[in-house]
Design a protein around this ligand. Structure first.
Ligand code: PLP
Ligand code: MN
Length: 381
């Protein structure tokens, strides 16, 4: 049994200490998480807009339950495997936001629809819609679908208003599919750091979305659901008033990438940093450098580097030193810190970092209060 699982057993009887944990470890501040969940829920409710937060961020049954408990309609999932893992934990109201196209994935989607009538999925091509419809017939189920609209990055989604109308017509002819609306997720605009620049970019894209919705409505397909948005643009999207529901995900944790963005226009940070990686100094044999036990296998590498939150100066320079290690570099740091000293890091990009861990170690202050599985870890298919 690993030391953490031994500790888990102890938790049944008593609480543990964060500093006892072996490192590197993914640490989640429960109170900050709950405040972030409540803040987004309150904001959406105040605007009369639904919230179906994206679970690609957390992949966790426990966190999805807390979001739904705070009023969310359900959660979004990126892939069928993620949706299955959360549905197995009793989560309903799942929207799968990436097209499901592989034959086995389509079969599993139909099977999931047969056991959970609340699941929805996006489609972006009539041929795939027909394959899903056939699989549903086989499984004896029906499925609510959302047409994915390409926001201009050519990743997924129909590429024009005409294609959206043609797909809505194709779906209307399929007996086992029930068309509910459209999805428009502007991923490239989310991390524009300057608020005014992000607002201008998203306002322009929303103009396009509005034209697609108008074309659908003119053709007799008025969408009941218009879903999209993320942590970067949620306030702007609420203000523009086109979405009926929001898919924001990262707001629950706040990573370095989002801390670098002005989310409100006045520099105020509306969400707390709830997620971190606790690491440790493992070598301190140089005056200006210490080596910690978190490298590529413990922190995502796609979105810059981690920053120190506690245990060393926040200005210390972070440099990856391979799979297992990183260096913290600052004048005299090797004299200030010794092997075994703890350091807390703010993660560069939350979603791919979470996917590196089996568990969240949930803390209140420095007390370990729970261990939650990353339920859909690795469920990318
Ligand atoms: N919706 C979709 C389709 C996404 O891909 C993502 C994130 O990548 C989100 C919502 C959540 O956005 P964010 O993490 O910026 O809040
Ligand atoms: Mn992300």
């Amino acid at each position: 049994m690993s030391d953490d699982l031994t500790l888990h057993a102890h938790l049944i009887g008593r609480q543990g200490s964060r500093t006892d944990l072996n490192t590197p470890v993914l640490v989640l501040d429960r109170q900050a998480l709950d405040r972030n969940i409540a803040a987004m829920a309150e904001l959406a409710a105040r605007h009369g807009v639904g919230l179906r937060p994206h679970a690609k961020t957390h992949k966790s049954i426990d966190i999805a339950q807390r979001q739904i408990g705070a009023g969310a309609l359900g959660v979004c999932c990126a892939k069928i495997g993620e949706a299955e893992a959360l549905a197995d934990g009793g989560i309903s109201g799942i929207l799968i936001t990436s097209p499901v196209a592989a034959p086995r994935a389509i079969e599993r989607l139909a099977a999931l629809a047969a056991r959970d009538g609340t699941v929805m999925a996006v489609v972006d091509h009539p041929a795939v819609a027909r394959r899903i419809d056939a699989a549903l017939a086989e499984a004896g189920a029906t499925l609510d679908v959302i047409i994915d609209i390409d926001p201009g990055i050519a990743r997924t989604g129909v590429a024009s208003a005409e294609a959206a109308v043609a797909l809505a017509k194709a779906v209307a002819e399929l007996p086992n599919l029930n068309w509910r609306g459209v999805q428009f997720y502007c991923g490239s605009q989310q991390h524009i750091e300057d608020y005014a620049e992000r607002r201008a970019a998203i306002a322009e894209r929303t103009g396009y979305l509005t034209s697609v919705v108008a074309a659908l409505t003119d053709a007799g397909f008025k969408p009941e659901i218009v879903t999209g948005s993320g942590t970067g643009t949620h306030r702007i999207d609420l203000d523009l008033g086109v979405f009926t529901e929001l898919q924001a995900g990262s707001y629950i944790f706040m990573d370095k990438q989002y801390l670098d963005c002005d989310l409100t226009g006045d520099g105020h940070v509306p969400f707390e940093t709830a997620l971190g990686v606790d690491a440790r100094v493992v070598s301190a044999n140089h005056s200006g450098l210490v080596t910690i036990d978190a490298g590529f296998k413990s922190l995502s590498t796609d979105g810059g580097v981690a920053v120190v939150r506690r245990g060393a100066p926040e200005t210390a320079f972070f440099a990856f030193m391979g799979d297992e290690h990183a260096a913290l570099i600052a004048p005299g740091l090797g004299e200030q810190l010794a092997p075994g000293d703890p350091v807390t890091l703010t993660v560069p990009h939350c979603d791919p970092t979470v996917n590196l861990y089996d568990h969240y170690h949930v803390v209140e202050g420095d007390t370990l209060v729970a261990i939650w599985p990353v339920s859909a870890r690795g469920r990318a298919r």
